[in-house]
Design a protein around this ligand. Sequence first.
Ligand SMILES: [Mg+2]
Length: 216
Amino acid sequence: MSLATPPNNSIQAVVFDFGGVLITSITNQLSKLAERHATDVPTMLTIMLGPHESGDHPWHRAERGEIAVADIQNSLKPWASQHDIELHGDEIDALMSPGQYTVIGPMVDKVSELKNHGLKTGLLTNTFAEFRPKMQQDLRFEDFTAVIESFAVGSRKPEPGIYQATADMLGVAHHEILYLDDFPQNIHMAQSFGWSTIHVTDPIAAISEIDRFLGD
Ligand SMILES: [Mg+2]
């Protein structure tokens, strides 16, 4: 399935992922951890954040609000053992420590602009309850018509439940949504619901793609 969809003038809502779209991704810290454990970044990512498919990895469970962030580290051992890696015990703290990302100002400003132009705006993110205060410092929540958080919904991308919740909370039909995300698996599920999509690899370039979609 393609990661791009053609311009669509029935768009009523523009929905934004957080990591890799509104902020830079946390890959830097992951590469430091990978280096420490003499492995590659994709392996480290799978150990720490779980596989692409949603399941019972502790990071996934915390994102669905089933366990606390403080309980992730102790549950990672079997996932690390599969790759013959013994974790030091401070890896989750390292990933979650302050200063691991920067906010992409022009993208945050784009959200305000779209809202001011009368479009609905959504924030759709796999996230933890514990992270909410930080996210509220980084973003202007009043610029979003709806904030859809995995821990609150009890479903995480790319599980179907959170996509349905997004359309419901925004009060729009699936085909009226334009969605920006940096993970292909999240984009593919959005497309299967009939959403238009922008697969974000460069957030600044993605801003002009939004305008192209909306026909500006
Ligand atoms: Mg992301």
